[in-house]
Ligand binder design. Structure first.
Ligand code: F6P
Length: 542
């Protein structure tokens, strides 16, 4: 695909001019005052999600130029190539077909293979979830990166529909302090270990798999075939490890896009076959939206474009994600891999260094916790950081027979949660002038400092941008749509930047150097090492 570099397009030049003339100084408060229709004009309906884009530093001209940029950069052709299964991951010569994992039977490439594994996995899931017969009470997923973060994020998010008799655990770190507190809670007869690794070679996962096996045998466990399963593309390596039950997937499923594949086994065990299919269906609905919605109403496309606007024109180096739902507590960590491993690249598809910035840092915590930690910096720090609020209209606590004072209290708390989320995006935008601060009394403020100095400390610049994503309820279907929305948004910004969003060479060097250092830590051989590494190694061995 021969498309121009984004910074050499006419649209980029137009955006640069627009930024200098209007974009840099756009004031959200004035924009709302000028245009009573702004909220409606910048609201986008997508499957399961309503997005309020109106508190972003954009206007109709910004969007027009951004959509021109998407056209000139060939985002549409690249999107269609992905859906068709062309090898758009050029450095590994692989197709990128996570969308095929959630497509109905017959609707996407590799459909027979996909549905064969899905049916087999979901049939197996129901046998384990029959806990009276299976005896399984604890499920331990051992995996890292994409073989951990997706299930680890989704399982607590869908806690309201989880099997009440199964406890899910996630072990990822090679640090033994991760697995040992989990092992302390287990009995071999009640435990199912899932060894989740696309390659089945990942150092951390293999180390923890061996630890689990050693624990299982030492505790008198005998039936490895029943208590260990693997989810991998490397079926042979799983068999060599002694695992009889394996659910496979394919090299066209990227690790960070794999929760829809067999890597989703812990999710399916937690929520059951029907809910897992609903998760897939929600993602598929978003795939259809991305594939067919007109550009000006296409939510993943618009979010990816706005990301580029902030990164390359406003110079924002990070974006904060604040899910106002405790179940989404691991969403920021999941998004860090999705976005930063995908778009943290410094060369274009032809290998030429880029002249513009790519992935921002993505970070965050669930609301309201984040408010009592880093929101201070969002409101009054020196950097402008776009924030993404995720609000869920209806709570679903998954507590049976909820009634009386507890129900009333929890409903109240949910309203409080929503009010907090709304208030934060409002405060970021509105700010508070020094005049307003002067007119107020602040009970805890110093009685000796002069009023004007105090008012400067209590001034908020405002005009800080945010997006609000609104879900009716957090269900398997809406969560599937939300995750797919993020996947396609990352695809969009990666396509605009002209990079390969589907490889991850940046993790290789550290792995190789670790393999070199491992025997040196045993032997003390520091020959050829830099002085810092040699010195630290000496101290670690002393
Ligand atoms: O961190 C690098 C990486 O390759 C990720 O992309 C991947 O999700 C993770 O390691 C785990 O790999 P595997 O599933 O092969 O164990």
């Amino acid at each position: 695909m021969n498309t121009p570099r984004c910074d050499q397009t006419e649209a980029w030049a137009a955006l640069r001019g627009h930024y200098e003339a209007h974009g840099r100084d756009l004031d959200l408060r004035e924009a709302f005052a000028r245009d009573p229709g702004r909220f409606d004009a910048l609201g986008v309906e997508a499957p399961e999600i309503y997005a309020d884009l109106s508190k972003n530093l954009i206007d109709t001209a910004t969007l027009r130029f951004l959509l021109d940029l998407a056209r000139e950069c060939g985002v549409r052709a690249r999107r269609d190539a992905m859906f068709r299964g062309e090898p758009i991951n050029t450095t590994e010569d692989r197709a990128v077909l996570h969308t095929a994992l959630r497509a109905p039977r017959g609707a996407a490439p590799f459909s027979d293979e996909v549905h064969h594994v899905l049916d087999a996995m979901l049939a197996y899931v129901e046998t384990v979830r029959d806990t009276a017969a299976s005896g399984i009470r604890h499920i331990v997923n051992i995996g890292i990166g994409g073989s951990d973060l997706g299930p680890q994020m989704v399982v607590p998010a869908l806690d309201a529909c989880a099997h009440p008799g199964l406890t899910l655990h996630f072990v990822s770190n090679v640090d033994g302090h991760d697995i040992t507190p989990v092992l302390r809670q287990l009995k071999p007869d009640e435990t199912l270990f899932i060894i989740a690794s696309k390659t089945f070679t990942t150092q951390e996962t293999m180390a923890n798999a061996h630890a689990a096996k050693a624990w299982f045998t030492a505790q008198g466990g005998t039936d490895i075939a029943k208590h260990f399963v693997a989810t991998t593309t490397n079926v042979g390596a799983a068999a060599a490890f002694g695992i009889a039950t394996t659910f496979g997937f394919w090299d066209w499923v990227g690790g960070r896009y794999s929760l829809w594949s067999a890597i989703g086994l812990p999710i399916a065990l937690a929520i059951g076959a029907d809910h897992f299919r609903a998760l897939l269906a929600g993602a598929h609905a978003m795939d259809e939206h991305f594939a067919h919605a007109p550009p000006e109403r296409n939510l993943p496309l618009l979010l990816g474009l706005i990301d580029v606007w902030y990164r390359n024109f406003h110079g924002c180096t990070s974006r904060s994600v604040a899910p106002y739902h405790q179940g989404l507590k691991r969403l920021p960590a999941y998004l860090q891999q999705l976005e930063m491993e995908s778009n943290g690249k410094r060369v274009d598809l032809a290998g030429h260094p880029l002249a513009y910035a790519t992935s921002p840092v993505v970070w965050g915590e669930p609301g309201t916790n984040g408010q009592h930690a880093y929101f201070q910096m969002l409101h009054q720090g020196t950097d402008v950081i776009p924030v993404e609020f995720i609000l869920v209209k209806h709570a679903h606590h998954g507590v049976r027979d909820l009634h009386g004072p507890l129900l009333a209290q929890l409903e109240r708390q949910h309203t409080l949660l929503l009010a907090n989320g709304l208030a934060q995006s409002q405060a970021l935008m509105l700010g508070k002038t020094t005049g307003q601060a002067l007119a107020e009394t602040a009970p805890t403020a110093s009685k000796v400092l002069d009023a004007r100095t105090l008012a400067h400390h209590r001034t908020f610049p405002g005009n800080r941008p945010s997006t609000t994503l609104l879900l009716e309820q957090l269900t398997p279907r809406s969560l599937g749509a939300l995750i797919a929305l993020y996947e396609h948004r990352v695809f969009t910004s990666g396509a605009l930047w002209g990079i390969n969003s589907f490889d991850q060479w940046g993790v290789e060097l550290g792995k190789a150097l670790c393999n070199d250092l491992l025997p040196r830590l045993d032997s003390g051989d520091a020959s050829g090492l830099d002085a810092s590494t040699a010195g630290l190694m000496k101290r670690l061995r002393a």
